[in-house]
Each structure stands twice: as C-alpha cells, then as structure tokens.
Design a protein around this ligand. Structure first.
Ligand code: GLU
Length: 519
C-alpha cells in the first residue's frame, strides 16, 4: 500500500482534481486539489484540472470560472487543464464525446452494457415495491435480455433509453492507500445506468475513461467517493483497462465532529478572499485538514508543504474544520506582511467602503511622469483631503498586530477618514468622574497640546508630555481615556499617542474640541 510509494519514480505521477462546475469552489474540492497538487510536486509529477460537466443542466460556466479563479488565487497550479490545454485534452468532459463513444460502443459490442427503455414511472413503481418489501432498490433487469427484434423496434420508434451495465454479482475490492483493503458485494448496485446515450457517459463511466485516457496514476479524492470506486473498478475491468491507485481523504466535519454547516460546505473560496483571508492562510489551514505533520508545528507555507507533505501523514478519521484556527492562521500571515504589502492588501477594503478614494488628478501628475496614473496618492472621500500612501501605511501599520481579516481594517480605522465622529458622550466618561471633571481634563489637554511652543508632533514627544501630565493628575485613565475616545469615538482602539501622531495636531485639537462640546 503505502510501501508502493517507495516505488514511485520521479516524474511519473499524474494526478488530477475533477470538480463538477455545479457550484462554487468550496473547501472540500479545494483541499482535494491541494493534496493532489502537493503529491504531484513531491514526486515531480503532473497535476491536472479536469472539469466534469456531464450534468449539463446543473453545470455552469460561472462555476468553472469560480474554480479556476479560486485555485489560481491560492497558487495551486495545474500543468494541464481546460484553460491551458495539454496532451490529453479536451479537459472538459463535455468536449470528450468522441472519446467516450469508442468505449461505449466497445461495451455494447461486447454486450457488457445494454439499452434500457423502461420509463421513469415503471422504474419508480418497481423501486417503491422493493422498498415496501425491505429490499435495497435496484434495477429489475427487465431490458437485460431484450430480443434483437424488440431492441430494433424500440430504437426505430425512437423510444428514449439509457445504457445499463450488466453488473456481475460478486465481490469487488481495491486497496485504498490510506485505508487498506475495501471490498463490497456488487449485488447492491444492480444494473447501473452508465450512459445517457452513445456519447454521454454518466459520472462513473466518464471518470474511469478519463482517468485512463489522461494516464492518471493516483486518484486522491474525498471519502464521499468511496462508494463510487468499486463501480469504477468494475467498469475498468469491463473495459479491460488498468484503474489508477486510490486514496480517499477524510471527510471534513464541523466543530464537535458534526456535519459541516451549509455555510462552510457551500461557500466559495473566493468568498473567503473577499472577507480578507490570505491565500497562504487558506492553504495552510486546508493542509491541516486531514494531514498530520507529525510535529506540533502549525504554520506551513506552500513551499514548506511541498517539502514536508507526505501521504504517510494523512489520517482517515474525519477532519474538523475550526474557523477560529483559520482566523488565527490568517492573523499570523497578516503579521508577516511588510507594511507596504499589507497596505496594498487593505486598500481595496478602504476604497470599497467609501472611506478612501484613489486620486488620479492629472494636473498633479503631468506628462513628466509619463502620464501614468499614479496611485500613490489618495483622498479621504468625505472631505476630499489628499492623503498619501505613506499616511495609509501608518494607519494600517497601527493595526497590523490586531488585524485578523483584511476586511476588519475598515471598522478599526474608519475614524481616520471621518469628518465627525458619532459616539455617545457617556463614552468619554472614565470611571466615577463627573462630566464636569472630564470637561476640565479635555480643556487641559487642549491647552497643553495647543501650546505654541514648537514640539515635533511625534508619538514619543506626545507620550512624554501627556504622561507627565497624567502622572500629575494621579489617575492616568482620567486623562488618557477621554483623549483616546475623543480621537477615535471608540471603546477600543490603538493607543492615543500613535493615533494623535497620525491625525496631526490640527485634527487632534479639533477632535478634543468636539468632544468637549458634547459634554
Ligand atoms: N466530479 C466529482 C466531484 O466533483 C469528482 C470526481 C473524482 O474526483 O473522481 O465530486
């Protein structure tokens, strides 16, 4: 089983992820893609993207785009796929009809599949009957041995049909690389439908043909596919082709091992992106869903995953999805960013929220700059005040340690971009002090800070001056709390000195004045 891995020669591994574009790229498929990608990388093999769009009604182009965009964003790159082609294309099942036809015809010629003309109603009635007598529902076999005459009559009459597989009743098994031997009796399958017509196989047949045609060596997919694997192996045997090796990843479960909530199950990876998760955090998080690195280490970049990932570290028990862990990992990667990079990442959120606008004034940036749009300059939307990238960098930098998701930047820093702050005057009050006392504190603050004596308006100076004042009062909070609230309008924020430095003298004083007016 796992010993087989030792026999793998570099370069010979070919794996794939085969999403059906009937919904967004969710966490489950993404993890499958990641593990296949890592496995391919480990053995210098190829990772392939195949779009399984045989379900024409439910497949949509927009979901395929979601899959492609999401995987690219995460840095999970394929060497062959619908967008880039490859030696074994097309990579969309909808374009492979001719290939399938060859195989379906062979199965028909060898009488391994047969036309079934039973109507929906007939099948339904039989199903209900079987259930009523406590038998597993499976096809009755009515059309298995249609005479050539009846067959021709039905075909001539253009009766609708499907193609069914003559399931041999016996045991079928395979060696799962993670779980060992898995064996089932085929009688529960009945004569399964394998194709809608001569060019349109259903999932199991299309999948085994494609895996063979695309020279897939290992199929790594979710545990939910375990019931399909014996069917695919039976079909491979019928076609006389070699099936790949199989490994079924553990289910992803919600907290307390409960079924994964709809919210997480159906959510597109791109929604995580919108919310401000970083691709490196998602990759890191997904890698730990079912893979145990064998050490307490929890932080793995894509590069270190490529080095460290191993099939031996996979677990078969359900993997619990803990959103708090994702947030923790995300915060870690946010802290690793350079201030420039983090500001760039946060900018779309500040712009989207309507707080900040990019400034593209041509008169500011004449052709001397090549007439290019220089986006280093921004405006506060509400006041049209110009601000620089550097200013934004300071604002974002102030919250780098606290930020858990990029989107949080808006709520944390909005006060830097607002003309007036709306907060209840009670927020200014510190402990048991009266309004009058807080008013006096604010007056005092104003007086000290407005002093004409020139000081460089930097946090160290502000801290020195204001802390010595706070010491004089004897209760630091009495000075620092109203100051911080006056500057931010918030219960919690970064420290007042840093904030005052970024706001500048004029705004700091104006905000203290505003606060004073409230009381
Ligand atoms: N198209 C299948 C799905 O989206 C995947 C099939 C496979 O990996 O074999 O679940």
């Amino acid at each position: 089983m796992i010993d087989d891995l030792k026999l793998i020669r570099p370069g010979e591994v070919r794996v794939r992820v085969a999403p059906s574009p009937t919904g967004p790229l969710h966490i489950g498929v993404t993890r499958t893609a990641l593990f296949n990608y890592l496995f391919a990388k480990k053995y210098q093999g190829s990772f392939i993207l195949r779009i399984e769009d045989t379900d024409v009604e439910r497949s949509k182009k927009e979901w395929e785009e979601d899959v492609i965009e999401g995987l690219k964003w995460l840095g999970i790159e394929w060497q062959e796929g619908p967008d880039i082609g490859g030696q074994y294309g097309p990579y969309r099942q909808s374009g492979r009809g001719e290939i399938y036809q060859k195989y379906i015809q062979k199965l028909l010629d060898e009488k391994k599949i047969y036309y079934c003309f039973c109507s929906k109603e007939e099948l339904e009635a039989h199903r209900n009957y079987q259930m009523s007598i406590g038998e597993p529902p499976r096809y009755s076999g009515k059309c298995r041995d249609l005479s050539p005459k009846d067959l021709k009559k039905n075909l001539d009459a253009k009766k609708s049909f499907v193609l069914r597989f003559k399931t041999p009743f016996r045991k079928v098994g395979f060696l799962d690389m993670l779980r060992g031997k898995i064996e089932v009796e085929t009688d529960a399958f009945g004569d399964m439908t394998v194709a809608k017509d001569l060019t349109t196989p259903l999932y199991n047949l299309a999948c085994i043909i494609d895996d063979f045609e695309m020279k897939i060596t290992h199929v790594i997919r979710g545990e939910d596919h375990i019931p399909n694997t014996p069917k695919q192996i039976l079909l491979a045997e019928a076609l006389g082709i070699e099936p790949p090796k199989y490994l079924h990843l553990p289910l992803i479960l919600g907290l307390n091992k409960a079924k994964l909530s709809k919210r997480h199950e159906a959510r597109s990876v791109l929604e995580y992106k919108e919310e401000g998760y970083l691709p490196e955090a998602i990759v890191n998080f997904l890698a730990l869903l079912g893979w145990n690195p064998g050490t307490p280490r929890e932080i793995f970049s894509m590069n270190s995953l490529i080095q460290e990932f191993s099939i031996e570290g996979l677990q078969s028990g359900g993997a619990m999805l803990n959103p708090q862990k994702l947030t923790w990992i995300n915060a870690f990667y946010i802290r690793q960013k350079s201030p420039e990079k983090l500001t760039e990442l946060c900018l779309p959120y500040l712009i989207e929220s309507g707080l900040v606008e990019p400034f593209f004034g041509q008169e500011k940036y004449p052709p001397a700059y090549g007439g290019e749009l220089i986006t280093q300059q921004f405006k506060i939307k509400e006041t049209a005040e110009e601000i620089s990238f550097n200013f934004l960098k300071k604002v974002v930098g102030l919250y780098q340690e606290r930020l858990r998701k990029l989107s949080e930047i808006v709520e944390l820093t909005d006060f830097f971009f607002k003309k007036e702050l709306a907060y209840p005057k009670e927020l200014l009050k510190w402990q048991e002090y009266s309004c009058k006392e807080i008013k006096e504190t604010l007056d005092r603050l104003k007086k000290i800070l407005a002093r004409p004596k020139p000081i460089e308006w930097i946090k160290e100076n502000l801290e020195r001056i204001l802390m010595s004042e706070a010491e004089k009062i004897g209760d630091r909070g009495k000075l620092l709390w109203p100051l911080r609230v006056a500057l931010t309008g918030k219960k919690a924020s970064a420290g007042p000195f840093e904030i005052a430095e970024i706001l500048g003298k004029e705004k700091t004083l104006a905000r203290i004045k505003e606060a004073r007016k409230k009381l």
